[in-house]
Ligand binder design. Structure first.
Ligand code: HEC
Length: 193
C-alpha cells in the first residue's frame, strides 16, 4: 500500500512539475508575467503613472548623494545642528575633523581672504571695509574677551548659519573648507595673546 502512495505522489509531482508546452525552450506557464517582463523606465523619461508625468522623483528627506570621492564624503552628510539657540549650544561639542597643518592654515587663510576679510578685517580685528559703511557689520575682534575662547564647534556653526548681521556661508563654502577656515580663525583668536 505504502508503495502505491509514494508512486502516486511521484506521478503527481512529475505531472505538476512538467512543462505544458511542447517547445523544450518554453518556460511553460508564467505565474507573474509582470515580473519577468517588466516595463523598462528611463530615469528621466516620461511616466504617465505619476501626476507630473515624469520618472524623476524628489529624493526622500535625509537622502545623501552618492559619493565616490572619499575625501568629499564629509561634504555630503547633512549638518545635524539646527539654526536655533539649542543647536548653537549643541555645536560646541563638535571637534574639527581636519587635522591642523601649515598647508591647511594657508588654505584657511585664502578662504578667509575671499569670504570674511571685508567685515572681519585682515587680522580679525573687526575692522574690515564693510563696517566703515555700515556700523552693524562691525564684528567683535576674534581675540577680544567675547570671542577669544569661542569653541571650534561654535565657530563652525556660526560660519554655517551666520549670526545676526553675518550671513550664512554653508552654501558658498563646503564643510571641509569651513573646518579649514576654523583653524585659521583660531590662529586669529590667539593673536596677541
Ligand atoms: C557681512 C559681514 C560679515 C561677513 C562677510 C562675515 N562675518 Fe563673521 N561676523 C560678522 C558680525 C557682524 C558678527 C557679530 C555677530 C553677533 O554676534 O551679533 C560676526 C561674528 C562672527 C563670529 C563669532 C560668532 C559667534 O558665535 O559669536 C565668527 C567666528 C565669525 N563671524 C567668523 C566669520 C568667518 C570665518 C567669515 C567668513 C566665512 C565671516 N565671519 C564672514 C560679520 C561678518
Amino acid at each position: 500500500m505504502k508503495k502505491y502512495i509514494s508512486l502516486g505522489l511521484f506521478a503527481s509531482a512529475a505531472f505538476i512539475m512538467s512543462s505544458c508546452s511542447k517547445d523544450p525552450q518554453s518556460p511553460g506557464y508564467e505565474f507573474m508575467p509582470d515580473m519577468y517582463r517588466a516595463v523598462g523606465y528611463e530615469g528621466y523619461g516620461p511616466n504617465k503613472n505619476y501626476e507630473d508625468g515624469t520618472n524623476a522623483r524628489t529624493p526622500v528627506d535625509g537622502t545623501i548623494p552618492f559619493q565616490t570621492n572619499r575625501d568629499n564624503i564629509m561634504n555630503v552628510f547633512p549638518y545635524p545642528h539646527p539654526n536655533t539657540p539649542e543647536g548653537y549650544e549643541a555645536s560646541a561639542l563638535m571637534k574639527n575633523p581636519i587635522p591642523f597643518s601649515e598647508a591647511v592654515l594657508a588654505e584657511g587663510k585664502t578662504i578667509y581672504t575671499n569670504f570674511c576679510v571685508h567685515c572681519h578685517g585682515a587680522n580679525g580685528q573687526g575692522d574690515g571695509g564693510a563696517g566703515k559703511k555700515q556700523a552693524i557689520l562691525i564684528p567683535p575682534a576674534y581675540n577680544s574677551d567675547q570671542l577669544k575662547d569661542l569653541p571650534e564647534g561654535k565657530i563652525f556653526h556660526s560660519i554655517t548659519w551666520g549670526k545676526n548681521a553675518m550671513g550664512a556661508h554653508q552654501y558658498q563654502i563646503s564643510k571641509v573648507d569651513r573646518w579649514k577656515l576654523v583653524h585659521y580663525v583660531q590662529s586669529l583668536q590667539k593673536a596677541g595673546s
